[in-house]
Design a protein around this ligand. Structure first.
Ligand code: ATR
Length: 278
């Protein structure tokens, strides 16, 4: 029997998840089909029923269902609880389990790029992706400062996720931002700035002139693949990491949860990059 997996979202638009997940199943000879299933909010309970009935073996969950899906589940992992978001659902003997694989994906992306742990980091943003990034950076032992358009959201996020860490926070338009950026060894952008079709396409969250070669800049935005921020990083001689790798690695971690098999990461990365170009 062919196991069915899917990514659910609304509207789903074009997603490259089927391309790299199917490549992984095929590479390991697993009889499975991965599809994109546009799912309106009212249809979330139906997807849960399909999972319970064995019609779906597992799902990835994307915007806008990452919070609402929790109501349909029996358990969530500790990391999903901490980040407040579920992007992966699996079927277990104890019922439906929600996980958040963004955290592990960020850690893996940084590890694969050889970014040393325990360094000063500047996290830009305080939304859903920022929460996962904050957990990942603190897991690595980085000393994290958070900057966000709405300062209050940064303060609320750090107080909720890691009250004991005492992460400094500031507003994106704080005059100190360029200095804080210059002092960081790692900069992670999780804001929507620079995103194609987003609120500020073609723009960067940082002013020119604050990046340097000793830094790594990781932009979670993956459309376009080279954002204005990553172009600033490249021009400054810093190491630039593209968001596409993170998208594919969160899927690779989901694949491991569903199958118990080691995901063929390089095959998934190649398939995902090909799908992006296509
Ligand atoms: P995601 O799940 O992708 O993280 P989100 O939860 O909507 O999306 O978060 C969006 C992030 O981008 C937030 O940090 C948001 O800042 P605010 O907390 O001030 O809303 C940031 N953001 C969105 N549009 C922005 C803009 N035009 N300029 C600066 N920051 C912006």
């Amino acid at each position: 029997m062919t196991d069915r997996y899917a990514v659910i979202g609304y509207p789903l638009g074009h997603t490259i998840s089927p391309a790299f997940q199917q490549a992984a199943f095929d590479a390991l000879g697993i009889n499975a089909q991965y599809e994109s299933l546009e799912t309106a909010p009212a249809d979330l309970p139906e997807r849960a029923r399909e999972l319970r009935a064995g019609k779906l073996a597992g799902i990835n969950v994307t915007v806008p269902h990452k919070l609402a899906i929790v109501d349909e589940l029996d358990h969530v992992s500790e990391i999903a609880h901490l980040t407040g978001a579920v992007n992966t659902v699996s079927v277990t003997p104890d019922g439906l389990l929600g996980d958040n694989t963004d955290v592990g994906a960020i850690e893996t992306v940084l590890e694969r790029a050889g970014v040393p742990a325990g360094i000063p980091a500047l996290l830009l943003g305080a939304g859903g992706a920022a929460r996962a990034a904050l957990v990942a950076l603190l897991n690595r032992g980085d000393r994290v400062t958070v900057a966000n358009r709405t300062h209050e959201n940064a303060a609320t996020m750090t107080a909720h996720i890691a009250p004991e860490a005492g992460c400094p926070t500031l507003a994106l338009d704080d005059p100190d931002l360029p200095i804080r950026a210059g002092n960081a060894r790692l900069i992670v952008n999780t804001t929507s700035i620079g995103m194609q079709g987003g609120p500020a396409p073609g723009q960067s969250p940082l002013p020119d002139g604050c990046l340097h070669p000793e830094q790594t800049v990781f932009d979670i935005v993956y459309r376009p693949s080279a954002t204005a921020l990553l172009e600033q990083a490249a021009a400054a001689g810093a190491t630039a990491i593209k968001g596409l790798d993170m998208l594919i690695l969160q899927g690779a971690h989901s694949f491991r949860i569903w199958t118990g098999r080691e995901p063929p990461v390089d095959i998934m990365l190649a398939a995902g990059r090909r799908a992006m170009e296509g």
